[in-house]
Design a protein around this ligand. Structure first.
Ligand code: 2HG
Ligand code: ZN
Length: 463
């Protein structure tokens, strides 16, 4: 059956590169969650918008599900193909299509790696400011599909702020040109923004026109050690009020231990429960002195117990590694991940409540907190104890997620801040969106993808 289907696709599109070797199915069928066994039908590697359209039309006729695929660095199972889907990888569509100096936009094919987008912007003396640790592997199309956030959101916002236009192949194969780079456009529904964060369930992003901006002024990077959780928000409020923040990230001593064991260099001696890495404008002496004054004030208040300011780019990179290396250092343990958001002001209450609850229910669980505290976005990674079987561990973690979802509901938060719903969080969508909203979401999906072939099961368990 699958052989006949593929033969039919090859007849229809003789030029299309199709991969079916077991190693390829394995490689392209999974993302960074590594929790599902990959089982795609095949991997299609189109090189043009027309080829993507033709594949989608064929999949419609044949009722074959498609999993759009970028760098597969996602952490919520959004790019997993475990049910005989056709993986449509955009990795052969990585070209820069144009730069507009007046509009300050860069138009690229959706398979382009984020780091290459950064490099291309820099070549024109500008930046594309969305940034995070997976920059070397993730694709811009995947960033758009999940409305990716990252470490500079506090300054620049999420991916959606930087999208001036999109070309999208909808579920029926039609090509939509959304917003076309306009700054102002008050002509009805903004489908461009609807597509951002739609997790491949409404259309396949094939090209994007990205807004660029000026590079930030020279900056400094500071690592702070904090005595307790309450100090986190106090330090954040103080630093935000007095400095021009570019980033403000936190992690626990627990997270630090894993990064150090993975080869990073310790920057502050002693045991401290919480750490912050912050980056702020330090263009001149006035700004540098302001930073020192703010640090001293935090020290006097007892909100900070120690700190380091990077004296070189290499040291700044080493401090950033302590934060950005967390995911990689935990990866061999295949943690169960949560990626939640609450209003920034609700962070302390939420953290207190959740930590107490987890300590009571799962005193033995190794729970690692870190994330974008200034955006109200916390990452919670739970590690499996050696003596607990995988199935029992997942069951326990799902219970943890239920507890989280309950607590989030009370705080008006979201079960996914920046990673997406995917396979991992689909059972919890209704903790974040009410029934009327979910009904509308399903309706929208039907309009864009009438046969439900685009990334089925990734947002709604039953589609
Ligand atoms: C980060 O902020 C990423 O480093 C990954 O969003 C978070 O590994 C995680 O849970
Ligand atoms: Zn993150």
């Amino acid at each position: 059956m699958s052989h006949d289907r593929l033969a039919d696709l090859s007849r229809r599109l003789p030029e299309l590169r199709l991969l079916t070797a077991p190693a390829d199915l394995e490689h392209y069928g999974r993302d960074w969650t590594r929790r599902w066994t990959p089982a795609p039908l095949a991997i299609a590697l189109p090189v043009s918008v027309e080829e993507v359209q033709a594949i989608v039309r064929w999949a419609n006729e044949q009722a074959v599900a498609i999993v759009p695929s970028g760098g597969r660095t996602g952490l919520s199972g959004g790019a997993v193909a475990a049910n005989g889907e056709l993986v449509l990888s955009l990795e052969r569509m990585q070209r820069v299509l144009g730069f507009d100096a007046v509009d300050r936009t860069l138009t690229v094919q959706a398979g382009m790696i984020l780091q290459h987008v950064h490099d291309a912007a820099r070549q024109h003396g500008l930046i594309y400011p969305v940034d995070f640790a997976a920059r070397g592997s993730c694709s811009i199309g995947g960033n758009i599909a999940t409305n990716a956030g990252g470490i500079r959101v506090i300054r620049y916002g999420n991916t959606r702020e930087w999208i001036a236009g999109l070309k999208v192949v909808a579920g029926n194969g039609e090509l939509l040109e959304l917003n076309r780079g306009l700054v102002k456009n008050s002509s009805g529904y903004d489908f461009r923004q609807l597509l951002v964060g739609s997790e491949g369930t409404l259309g396949i992003v094939v090209e994007a026109t990205l807004k660029l901006t000026d590079p930030p002024p020279p900056s400094q990077v500071m690592l702070l050690a904090l005595p307790d959780m309450d100090a986190l928000m106090q330090v954040f409020a103080l630093f935000r009020a007095r400095l021009e923040l570019q980033a403000f990230e936190f992690f626990t001593d627990h997270a630090l231990r894993h990064v150090l064991a993975h080869g990073a260099q310790r920057a502050i001696d002693g045991d401290h429960p919480y750490y912050v890495v912050t980056e702020f404008d330090a263009a001149d002496e006035r700004q540098q002195e302001a930073a020192l004054a703010v640090f001293e004030q935090a020290l006097e208040q007892g909100w900070v117990s120690d700190g380091v300011i990077a004296q070189s780019e290499a040291q700044a990179a080493a401090l950033w590694r302590l934060r950005e290396g967390i995911t990689e250092s935990l990866a061999p343990r295949r943690p169960y991940k949560n990626d939640i958001a609450v209003r920034v002001g609700a962070v302390p209450a939420f953290l207190h409540e959740m930590q107490a609850l987890l300590a009571r229910k799962y005193p033995r669980a190794e729970v690692i907190w870190f994330g974008h505290i200034g955006d109200g976005n916390l990452h919670i990674n739970v590690l499996r104890p050696d003596d607990l079987a995988e199935a029992a561990f997942i069951e326990q973690c799902e219970h943890v997620t239920h507890l989280l979802a309950d607590t989030l509901q009370r705080h008006g938060g979201s079960i996914s801040a920046e990673h997406g719903i995917g396979l991992v969080k689909r059972a919890y969508l209704d903790s974040t969106r009410d029934a009327a909203e979910i009904a509308l979401m399903r309706g929208v999906r039907k309009v864009f993808d009438p046969r439900g072939i685009l990334n089925p099961g990734k947002l709604f368990a039953d589609d």
